[in-house]
Design a binder for this molecule. Structure first.
Ligand code: IMP
Ligand code: MG
Length: 180
């Protein structure tokens, strides 16, 4: 697949992403050996990562999704406020839950989701993210599994979008909107 104009430097190729997903899956298998886990994906960004991860896991896996809408561009009191636009289909009580994220950036979205899910009585609750942009973190969240730490650049691919485009790129690349 040729890269569209505006999609710049490739940070991780499709092959590198696939290899790293296998490594993370092995870590998760090890930790949850003998148990079953529920992967919870945040629509839409985490879908590509979640399905790749699920296929690489050996432990029994259930999946569920939620969707959020954020007050994007908001500052002050509204910054980081998120609303659940589509809730999970099923309860998570007494289950081992892994929240699957495309990227943990400021951490505000993840923190909100963690607090919400924790209130539903899961047996355990962990975070697994494809990308971690730690330099922009505003609130600390316990990221247990991460595929890649990335620099402070806006990226697309592997589920991440720019104006809803480029989620289906196999690689992870830096976006340069000016060149679009
Ligand atoms: P947080 O609340 O700041 O951690 O925001 C996380 C959300 O912002 C992610 O789930 C993405 O939807 C979006 N996001 C943050 N950085 C990027 C990026 O570089 N590319 C695409 N989406 C991003
Ligand atoms: Mg987005």
């Amino acid at each position: 697949m040729t890269l569209p104009a505006g999609v710049g430097r490739v940070l991780y190729t499709e092959e590198q992403v696939a290899a790293r997903v296998l490594e993370i899956a092995a870590e998760i298998d090890k930790k949850y050996q003998g148990r079953e886990i529920k992967l919870i994906g945040v629509l839409k960004g985490s879908v590509f990562f979640l399905t790749a991860l699920a296929r690489a896991l050996n432990v029994p896996v259930k999946i569920d999704f939620l969707a959020i809408s954020s007050f994007s561009g908001a500052s002050g009191a509204l910054q980081g406020m998120v609303r659940i636009a589509k809730d999970l289909d099923d309860p998570i009580q007494d289950e081992d839950v892994l929240l699957i994220e495309d990227i943990v950036d400021t951490g505000l979205t993840t923190r909100y989701l963690l607090q919400t899910l924790a209130g539903r009585g899961p047996r355990s609750l962990g975070i697994c993210t494809l990308l971690d942009r730690h330099v922009r973190r505003l609130v600390q969240v316990p990221v247990e599994f991460r595929c890649f730490e990335i620099p402070d650049r806006f990226v697309v691919g592997c589920g991440l979008d720019y104006r809803q485009l480029y989620r289906n790129l196999g690689c992870i690349a830096v976006m340069n909107p000016d060149k679009q």
